[in-house]
Design a protein around this ligand. Structure first.
Ligand code: NAD
Length: 452
C-alpha cells in the first residue's frame, strides 16, 4: 500500500494498493478476455453504455470534484470543470461507435472497402497534474472504438480514477472492459508497456519517461501516443490590448499552480512596452487568490508534493531575478507564491526548462522575427498565446510558431472537440477532436472479387 496525501494540509487521506506485476498480468488477461465481447457489442448499445457512464459522472460531479480537491489540491472550480470534462468527453465519443465509417474505394473487377477495427487492450498512463481529464481523453475514445482499457493513474493522485472505474461498472460497462490499476510507474506502468497483449499505450507525463517508454514500445511495434512537457510562450506585441494581456497572463501560467503542460511559462514582451506591461502585470499577479482550494473564491492551490515543491524552489535561488511575487498561505501544505522572473535571458534554465510550478520568465523581444525565434527556442512545442490587434500578424506568428495548440488574444488550449497535442519533444500524435479515433483503430482493407 502507499499513502495518498492532501497537498493543502499534508494529511494522509487514503491508502492505495501497490499492485504487484503478477496481479497486473491477471488484470491484462481479464481485459484481453473481455475484448471480443466489447468489440462485438452493437454500436448503438456501446453508445448507450458510454452515455450512461457520462450521466453517472454528471450525477457525481460534486463528489468527484471534492475528491480531487482533497487529493490534488485543485481549486474546487477547476475540479468541477475537470469532472464535467470527463462527462463531456464521454458524451462526445459516445457518438463515435455509430460513426466509425470505413470507405468504399473504386477498383476494377470488384469491391474495395475499409473497416476501422479496434486494437485490443489499450494501456492509459496518466500523470498527477490533471488526473480526471487526461484519463478521460484516453479511455473515452478507446472504449468508443471497441477497445478494452487498463488505466494507471499517477501514484500521487489515484482517487478520482478509482471512483471513475466504479462508475463505469455501475453504468453497466462489463467487468474487464475498463479497469483501474494503482501502483508504481516502474512496476505497473512498465508492465503495461512490455506486455504483448497491450496493443497501444497512451502516455501523458514527463518527456523523460515518455521517451524511454517509446523506445520500450519499439520492439513490439506497439502503438503509442505521447503527451509530454511544455514551455509555452505568451507573446505580447506592443499593438495588443496590454491591459487585458497583463490581467490574463497570470491565469495563463499560474492556473493549477503552474502544474499544467500548457502553462504559458514564458512571457515574451515587445521591448517598447516592456516596462509598461510589467507595471500592469504586478497588481494582476498580486491579486491571484492563493488559498484553501476548497473555497469557491480560490484561484490557485498548493503544489502537489514536498518533493515537487523542492524541485520548483530550485528555480528560484537567492540570486534569481525576482521582479515580484504574489501571496501564499503559511503553515502546512506545499504552498508556493506566484513568482515573476524578469528579465530572463534566453537559453538559461528558467527560459528552457519546464518548471511545472507558479514561476514565469519574462523576456523582451525586438520585432516579429525575434519573437518567433525566441518562441521556438526550446525543445518543446505544446501550446502558446499571441496578443496582437493585427490579424495578419496573428496568423503569421501562429503559422511560424512550432507548437500544437495556439490561441490569439486568449489563453485557451483545450476543447474536447478540437485536436490537442505537441510538436517536437512535447509529444507524438493528437488526442481529442474528430481524429482521435484513428489513434485507437487499425484500418483494414478488403477487396472482394466480383468477376464471374
Ligand atoms: P511522470 O512522467 O513522472 O509520470 C507519468 C505517469 O507515468 C505516472 O502514472 C507514472 O507512474 C508513470 N510512469 C513513471 N515511470 C514509468 C515507467 N518507467 N513506465 C511506465 N510508466 C511510468 O510525469 P508526472 O510527474 O506524473 O507528470 C508531470 C509531467 O506530465 C510534466 O512534464 C507535464 O508537462 C506532463 N504533462 C503533459 C501533458 C500533455 O498533454 N502534453 C498533460 C499533463 C502533463
Amino acid at each position: 500500500m502507499f499513502s495518498v496525501v492532501n497537498p493543502a494540509t499534508e494529511d494522509v487521506i487514503a491508502e492505495v494498493p501497490r499492485t504487484p506485476v503478477e496481479q497486473v498480468d491477471e488484470i491484462i488477461a481479464t481485459a484481453r478476455a473481455a475484448f471480443p465481447g466489447w468489440r462485438d457489442v452493437a454500436p448503438g448499445d456501446r453508445a448507450r453504455l458510454l452515455r450512461r457512464f457520462a450521466e453517472l459522472v454528471d450525477t457525481n460531479v460534486e463528489e468527484l470534484a471534492a475528491l480531487e480537491v482533497r487529493n490534488s489540491g485543485h481549486t474546487i472550480s477547476n475540479a468541477r470543470w475537470e469532472a464535467g470534462n470527463v462527462r463531456d468527453v464521454l458524451h462526445f465519443y459516445a457518438g463515435a461507435p455509430e460513426r466509425l465509417h470505413g470507405m468504399q474505394i473504386p477498383v476494377a473487377g470488384g469491391v474495395d472497402v475499409t473497416f476501422k477495427e479496434p486494437l485490443g487492450v489499450v494501456g492509459v498512463i496518466v500523470p498527477w497534474n490533471f488526473p480526471m481529464p487526461i484519463a478521460g481523453w484516453g479511455f473515452a475514445p478507446a472504449l468508443a472504438a471497441g477497445n478494452t482499457v487498463v488505466l494507471k493513474p499517477a501514484e500521487l493522485t489515484p482517487l478520482t480514477a478509482l471512483r471513475l472505474g466504479e462508475l463505469a461498472l455501475e453504468a453497466g460497462i462489463p467487468p474487464g472492459v475498463f479497469t483501474v490499476v494503482t501502483g508504481q510507474g516502474s512496476v505497473v506502468g512498465e508492465r503495461l508497456v512490455t506486455h504483448p497483449d497491450i496493443r497501444k499505450i497512451v502516455f501523458t507525463g514527463s518527456t523523460e519517461v515518455g521517451t524511454a517508454l517509446m523506445a520500450k514500445c519499439a520492439p513490439q511495434v506497439k502503438r503509442v501516443t505521447l503527451e509530454l512537457g511544455g514551455k509555452s510562450a505568451n507573446i505580447v506585441f506592443a499593438d495588443s490590448d496590454l491591459e487585458k494581456a497583463a490581467a490574463t497572463a497570470p491565469y495563463g501560467v499560474f492556473d493549477n499552480a503552474g502544474q499544467d503542460c500548457c502553462a504559458r511559462s514564458r512571457i515574451l514582451v515587445e521591448r517598447t512596452v516592456f516596462d509598461h506591461f510589467m507595471g500592469l502585470l504586478e497588481p494582476a499577479v498580486k491579486g491571484v487568490r492563493v488559498e484553501d482550494p476548497a473555497l469557491d473564491s480560490a484561484e490557485m492551490g498548493p503544489l502537489i508534493s514536498a518533493a515537487h515543491h523542492a524541485s520548483v524552489s530550485a528555480y528560484v535561488p537567492d540570486d534569481a531575478p525576482v521582479a515580484f511575487r504574489g501571496n501564499a498561505p503559511d503553515g502546512p501544505g506545499f504552498w508556493f507564491a506566484p513568482t515573476v522572473l524578469a528579465p530572463v535571458a534566453p537559453g538559461t534554465p528558467a527560459f528552457t526548462d519546464e518548471i511545472f510550478g507558479p514561476v514565469v520568465a519574462v523576456t523582451p523581444f525586438d520585432d516579429e522575427a525575434d519573437a518567433i525565434r525566441l518562441a521556438n527556442a526550446t525543445d518543446y512545442g505544446l501550446s502558446g498565446s499571441i496578443w496582437t490587434r493585427d490579424l495578419g500578424r496573428a496568423f503569421r506568428v501562429a503559422r511560424a510558431y512550432e507548437s500544437g495548440n495556439l490561441s490569439v488574444n486568449s489563453h485557451s488550449s483545450v476543447r474536447y472537440w478540437t485536436p490537442f497535442g505537441g510538436y517536437k519533444r512535447s509529444g507524438l500524435g493528437r488526442e481529442l477532436g474528430p481524429d482521435a479515433l484513428d489513434a485507437f483503430t487499425e484500418t483494414k482493407n478488403v477487396f472482394i472479387d466480383t468477376e464471374e
